[in-house]
Design a protein. Sequence first.
Length: 202
Amino acid sequence: MRLRLANALLIVLALGFGTATAAPVPAGQAAAAPAQQGLRQPDVIYVPTRQTVVDAMLKVTNVKAGDVVYDLGCGDGRIVVSAAKLGARGIGIDIDPRRVAEANENVKKNNVGDRVRILNQDLFTTCLSEASVVTLYLLPSLNLKLRPTVWKTLRPGTRIVSHDFDMGDWKPEQTLSVDGATIYYWTITPDLAKRAAAEGSK
């Protein structure tokens, strides 16, 4: 009798633990998005660029059909989506899978999936050689870290635009004030690859 009671108790306990393990996640509680294997944590906190500033960045770089616009740290994808609406192709790069998901949703909502790709990558290891326009909203230290790469890999004539932060002693060709933001604009020139090599040898 005692043996049967003990066995029954074990069965009840086992069933109870099984039910607890299989319990659904409470409504409204989202699971954490897994990070892509091998990628770092994001370098900056995501702050969206206002659409007025996006429009000004694309205007100063004269984005048009035939351009390939790379947005490094693309967030919700609004810059490459806006570029696609001007006829360009857009490549959005973001290290945060949550931002990548938001950007892909934005691409889908705006029906520009034929002209925009969103990549979950590290902007410092992404090949940029295809770009004719590069857009940035990073930090001064990150702009300076990226500067040798853009000097060495981008073709002469490639346009670069940065929201709010410059690139040290590389003087911009234009500096604009738009809706409380500062926009810096540069063009890649043939001498910059040599300048990058010279600075790298110091």
